[in-house]
Design a protein around this ligand. Sequence first.
Ligand code: GTP
Ligand code: MG
Length: 238
Amino acid sequence: MQFPETPGPAPEENELLYDAEYKEMLNAYNKVQYLYEAGIAFVRGRLETLNNEFRVRHSHNPIHHIQSRVKTPQSITLKLRKMGVPVSMTNAKKNLRDIAGVRVICCYVEDIFTVARLLTSQDDVQLIEEKNYIKHPKDNGYRSLHLVVDVPVYLSGAKVFIPVEVQIRTVAMDFWASLEHNLRYKAEDEVPQFIVDELKGCADVITETDARMEQIFHAMLLLRDTAPGGDAPYTGGA
Ligand code: GTP
Ligand code: MG
């Protein structure tokens, strides 16, 4: 599945095709794209196994759904140009850690931290970077946990490590981020302050709703676990 990218609308491919730098990058991109797809498949596989285990052991799916994408050559070009770096796949590898991207949409806030802990504690998954926009939301109200992990990809004669950006958020955080992203890119000029304030207000309501939904979830677990013949207690948590 695709998910939108932040650095604005990418130039049309046919606009770029006359650009020698871009054409060369595109050639190199086509030769390595499968590595990023393999990195994504690795992370998705690990997450799906964890989710299945939770379903069987705790009758709970911490993961609501997963999306992933390999960054398009247009988007790579735009991002490198914004950074003032010459466009090439070598520079993309050096400067961008989100060429492979996985977005994990969880049910509850505590599931985010459970998923992050279980994924990064696997001994072939190396945590490179963590940005906790849940503990420290962005000024506009954006919340998510961002990780960059290096994962191994086995080739016929080598093992290579591929960085994968993993964004983990609740359904509610995702709802806000998706709409905010769409609104921002619909706006032709800068978004006016009253819209910025309104979006921040919605983010605050969503934060509170996430907390209340988690309380409801715990109340239901308690009911289930104290009922005769109930399931084993669920022991997830941040
Ligand atoms: P880029 O990777 O260049 O975007 O910047 P960065 O390295 O500072 O990225 P960061 O980890 O803060 O965010 C990377 C990604 O998170 C973006 O590409 C978006 O998918 C998402 N993101 C970050 N901030 C926002 C935001 O304010 N609104 C929305 N909708 N998404 C955001
Ligand atoms: Mg980034």
